[in-house]
Each structure stands twice: as structure tokens, then as C-alpha cells.
Write a protein that binds this ligand. Structure first.
Ligand code: NAD
Length: 304
């Protein structure tokens, strides 16, 4: 029997309608959530990604600014811009589109973003929060995968999850999120000796590699849930994932397509994180004004 398709576009649409309502509520309390997207250089793929992110903000009534810089921009200048945005009260989330030109060190740039505005969830504070299970922004792509599992009501407790790929932005955070939900997690990577032996154990299989059709039908346990993060191009330039979709959908119980699967969910989680950042900013403002009122009503301390 053919697998059920987890439709990332449909799920995103539903979630974004709810987020639109939350934006309105926040705006009525005086805080319109705002996202700043910084793009350095003219990488065509990056230009498409940032355009989609800004459009998604507009769609739900969120404020957004796209700041574009020449490819020869210095690191110092970019850090200065981030510092300015860290102090800009109308901006709650800051995203620097990767990759960056070679003269700029991505880690220094990511670390310069205030942890309160790190809506990509890439800086060390965010990563540490995920690692230790404390509140922090989660990286958008694996967070989107988790939302897809929630949407089909999949209980991860006691299940075996296999993540193929160990990058800092997808594979590792994905594994930690699955662990946090009480799955038993295996991480596979380029040096894994027998990938098929591992993937065949998976109740949930997440492919985040960047190799077209790496995951074949005979590598998937019948009834497994398969999430395809990969974004590759075939000979015709058509977007496709890491999973051989046509064949694997005949084995899996649920599967995400590419395009229309994890991709839209990544942007949706960016919106979710920005909303969260704005909500925190509002709560801080409310606390501060409560403290000010309290201080104003406090009787003067008697002189000694
Ligand atoms: P990456 O290049 O940083 O990491 C790839 C990982 O794959 C590495 O950990 C490597 O060890 C592993 N790997 C390489 N060859 C392997 C093999 N033969 N067997 C097993 N593992 C192997 O990539 P990334 O940033 O994690 O992205 C992975 C894929 O996901 C890419 O196609 C990327 O375009 C896509 N992606 C999609 C989204 C989205 O929103 N849908 C977001 C981020 C990344």
C-alpha cells in the first residue's frame, strides 16, 4: 500500500493562519513582530530563500526588512550591522543567510546575534539550550520535521529514530529533538560503515545528506515514517530529495515529498521563532513597566 504523504505546504498553511492571529494579538498589545534578513552577495539560491522568508512574514502581517550587501562587504561592517539590529526594538529576529563570502567567518557572525534574537537557532547559546533541554530557539528545519511528526500524531517514545547526516543545522539538532521526545536515536554520516543496516532499523528515518536518491526502498523498514530534508537537483534541474520517493512511498507508512515537504516547514518555524521572540520582548516590557509602577508606589526609604 502506498504511504500517506505528509503535506508540508498544507500543514504550513494551517499553522501560518494561526500565527497570523497571534501577530494581530501581539500588535494590539503594542508589539508587531519583526524579522531582519541579511544577505551578503548575490548567490541566486540564497536570493530565492530570503525572498521567500520575507514574503512569508508579509503573508502573516509580520514586519520584515531585507538588508542586502555587496559580496566584498567586510566582516567588521556586517558585525556593526548586527549590533545595530540587536539594539533595534522593532526587530525581534535576526537571520543572516548562509553561506557567506570567504572573507567572513560564519561562526563569528552567528555568535554576534543576540541569543534573544537568534531565530535560526544556530548560535552557541541556542545549541546549548537544546542540548541541555532548557528554553531556547530550535533550528527551523529539524523543528519543522518534529512538527510534521506531531501533525500525524506519531508518538516517538520508545521508537527507533535514525538520522542520516550530522550537520550542526540539521542532523545533530534533529537527533537531540528526537532524543528529547524519548526516541532511541542513531546518527549516521559519511563514515558510517553499513548505512543500510542502520536505516533498516528505523521506525522514523530522517534523511539530511544532500545526495539525490541515497535512500532506496530496500533501505527502509516496511511501515517506517520517512522525512526527507535533502534538496538536490536532478539532470533536468528539478528539485528532489535524498529519498527515492517513488519507490520508498510503496514501503513507508508516511513520507514527505520534495518539494512541498520539509522546505515550507522550515520557513514556518522561522515565523514561529520570531513570534516567540516578540512574545518574550512583550513580556519583558510588561515586567519592566510593572517594576516601574511598583517602584513609583514604593514609600521613600527613611533616612538613617
Ligand atoms: P551538510 O553538507 O552540512 O551535511 C551533510 C551530512 O551528510 C554530513 O553530516 C555528512 O556526514 C553526511 N553524509 C554525506 N555523505 C553521506 C553518505 N554517503 N552516507 C551517509 N551520510 C552522508 O548538509 P546539511 O546542511 O545538513 O543539509 C543536508 C541536506 O538538506 C542538503 O541537501 C540541504 O540542501 C538540505 N537542507 C534542506 C533544508 C530545507 O529547508 N528543506 C534546510 C537545510 C538543509
Amino acid at each position: 500500500m502506498s504511504a500517506n504523504i505528509i503535506d508540508g505546504r498544507q500543514l504550513s498553511h494551517t499553522l501560518r493562519q494561526d500565527y497570523g492571529q497571534r501577530v494581530k494579538r501581539l500588535a494590539s498589545q503594542g508589539v508587531t513582530p519583526g524579522l531582519a534578513v541579511l544577505l551578503v552577495g548575490q548567490n541566486p539560491a540564497s536570493q530565492v530563500y530570503v525572498k521567500n522568508k520575507v514574503l512569508a512574514c508579509k503573508e502573516i502581517g509580520m514586519h520584515s526588512v531585507l538588508l542586502e550587501f555587496e559580496a566584498d562587504m567586510t566582516q567588521a561592517r556586517l558585525l556593526q550591522e548586527i549590533d545595530r539590529l540587536n539594539h533595534d526594538a522593532s526587530i525581534h529576529g535576526i537571520l543572516v543567510q548562509l553561506p557567506l563570502p570567504p572573507q567572513i567567518d560564519p561562526q563569528s557572525v552567528i555568535q554576534a546575534i543576540s541569543p534573544l534574537k537568534d531565530v535560526d537557532g544556530f548560535n552557541l547559546e541556542s545549541a546549548g539550550g537544546l542540548m541541555c533541554g532548557t528554553k531556547s530557539f530550535w533550528p527551523c528545519t529539524p523543528h519543522g520535521c518534529l512538527q510534521m511528526l506531531d501533525a500525524i500524531g506519531f508518538d516517538l517514545k520508545g521508537k527507533h529514530a535514525v538520522v542520516v547526516g550530522r550537520s550542526n543545522i540539521v542532523g545533530k539538532p534533529m537527533a537531540l529533538m528526537l532524543l528529547q521526545r524519548n526516541a532511541t536515536v542513531t546518527i549516521c554520516h559519511s563514515q558510517t560503515a553499513d548505512l543500510k543496516a542502520q536505516t533498516l532499523q528505523a521506525d522514523v528515518l530522517v534523511a539530511a545528506v544532500g545526495i539525490r536518491h541515497l535512500i532506496k526502498a530496500d533501505m527502509v523498514q516496511p511501515g517506517a515514517v520517512v522525512l526527507d530534508v535533502g534538496m538536490n537537483r536532478d539532470e533536468q534541474g528539478k528539485l528532489c530529495g535524498d529519498v527515492d520517493f517513488a519507490a520508498v512511498k510503496e514501503v513507508a507508512s508516511y513520507i514527505t515529498p520534495v518539494p512541498g515537504g520539509v522546505g515550507p516547514m522550515t520557513i514556518t518555524m522561522l515565523l514561529a521563532n520570531t513570534l516567540e521572540a516578540a512574545q518574550t520582548a512583550l513580556s519583558t516590557l510588561t515586567d519592566l513597566s510593572a517594576q516601574t509602577v511598583h517602584a513609583a508606589h514604593k514609600p521613600p526609604t527613611p533616612r538613617a
